[in-house]
Write a new protein. Structure first.
Length: 104
């Protein structure tokens, strides 16, 4: 483990993988840097991947400004399936045919 970095302040941009919560990522950074004052600027679901903004030291005070900024999300949906959790992680309960559709 590294020596504690008590004077470290800044922003880390982390490409969060699936199966990790935002809290998991923060906890791992805390352990690696040996610091307690670490947070993030918005939660990503465990299934989600993407940019997680980690704030270190004095930069944690900027979270109130970063959380309110516009964000963009992309995703893929699968039509015709019903799961017990209403997401991709659940068990498929029903499969229905998807009628033809147009962009209109």
């Amino acid at each position: 483990m590294l020596a504690p970095q008590k004077d470290l302040d800044g922003v880390l941009l982390i490409d969060k993988p699936t199966d990790h919560t935002s809290h998991d990522v923060v906890a791992r950074v805390r352990r690696k840097l040996g610091m307690k004052r670490i947070g993030h600027a918005g939660t990503l679901d465990p299934m989600a991947t993407g940019l997680l903004i980690i704030l270190v030291g004095k930069a944690t005070s900027a979270s109130q400004y970063l959380i309110s900024l516009d964000k963009e999300y992309t995703g893929t949906i699968k039509l015709g399936q019903v799961t017990n959790t209403q997401d991709a992680e659940g068990d498929v309960l029903e499969t229905r045919p998807v009628p033809a559709y147009t962009q209109a």
